[in-house]
Design a protein around this ligand. Structure first.
Ligand SMILES: Nc1ncnc2c1ncn2[C@@H]1O[C@H](COP(=O)(O)OP(=O)(O)O)[C@@H](O)[C@H]1O
Ligand SMILES: [Mg+2]
Length: 277
């Protein structure tokens, strides 16, 4: 099971849109996906057509020290969801200990089973919730609109991810920038994409998400772009991003297998050597 966080300290960069439609793309290509809405404003929950849940049926349960019930998972047509509640905002005051960044990791490891991917949507702020998401994650996607403020926000987020990897989660793999709402006609979009590729190279995803009306008018009835218009640019773009993520996960799995069994790697290398000589 892979845990992936979608975050950027700047708002309006396509985090929630990416969480929904990337999850749908991964689910449609055969993965079992659970989305956890960790934004106290709960836009993702609303966009999936869900009413505000009881606190005990919300993602705040990930942060309870006493686990008394099964995870509050809603079964949706394409993927499953743990919805958010505004109670996450009020609970912030209680989550102030250094160890309070570890709750989500422990919850996911012990309570969530049977999924290929857990995708965490976060708010546009560095809070204990976004830190929990990073501590629990194997991969991070930083959606970024190729414009000044979102790029600055994305670079700050990248630094936060680095800090979390160094001090709290050495298992955190790649953190990848994903360009969203790209408009090929805008010169500044070209300029910022060039700047990011020069500076961050492989940490910028090859796939991009172009501006797409179907994504921007996305409904509040739980439909993803694949339900509204599977031929829309957004549907194609998120399918490509999903493929890229799947390749990344495969590479990570192979690297982990090599670390765990260097002997096997050596013998398979030797076999290749024999074949070619
Ligand atoms: N590729 C896109 N094309 C057009 N509009 C988009 C696209 N991605 C997101 N949007 C719109 O931009 C706004 C912000 O997106 P959202 O995903 O809510 O960002 P965040 O979660 O980072 O705040 C929303 O109104 C959304 O519909
Ligand atoms: Mg959002």
């Amino acid at each position: 099971m892979i845990t992936l966080t979608i975050c950027n300290h700047k708002g309006g960069t396509g985090k929630t849109t990416t969480s929904i439609n990337l999850s749908a793309a991964l689910a449609l290509s055969g993965s079992k996906v659970l989305v956890v809405d960790l934004d106290p404003q709960g836009f993702l929950t609303r966009m999936m057509g869900q009413a505000e849940p009881e606190v005990s049926a919300s993602s705040l349960m990930l942060f309870e020290s006493e686990i008394s019930a099964a995870p509050p998972i809603l079964k949706l047509p394409t993927f499953d969801l743990i919805p958010s509640s505004p109670a996450l905002s009020t609970a912030l005051r209680k989550l102030t200990k250094p160890t309070d960044v570890l709750w989500a990791k422990e919850y996911i490891q012990t309570q969530i089973h049977g999924y290929d991917m857990v995708i965490l949507d976060t708010a546009a702020a560095v809070t204990v919730y976004s830190l929990n998401a990073l501590v629990a994650s194997d991969l991070v996607i930083i959606p970024v609109l190729p414009e000044y403020q979102p790029v600055i926000g994305a670079e700050q987020t990248y630094q936060t991810v680095k800090m979390v990897r160094k001090s709290l989660n050495p298992g955190l793999g790649a953190s990848k920038f994903l360009f969203t709402m790209v408009d090929g006609r805008k010169r500044n979009h070209h300029a910022y994409r060039h700047y990011m590729r020069e500076k961050y190279q492989d940490d910028v995803m090859t796939g991009i998400v172009r501006t797409c009306t179907t994504l921007s008018v996305s409904s509040r009835d739980g439909r993803t772009v694949y339900d509204s218009n599977p031929h829309a640019r957004g549907a194609i773009d998120y399918a490509n991003v999903a493929d890229e993520i799947s390749t990344l996960i495969q590479q990570k799995d192979e690297a982990t297998a090599r670390e765990m069994d260097p002997e096997r790697e050596r013998s398979s290398t030797a076999q290749i050597g024999q074949k070619t000589t």
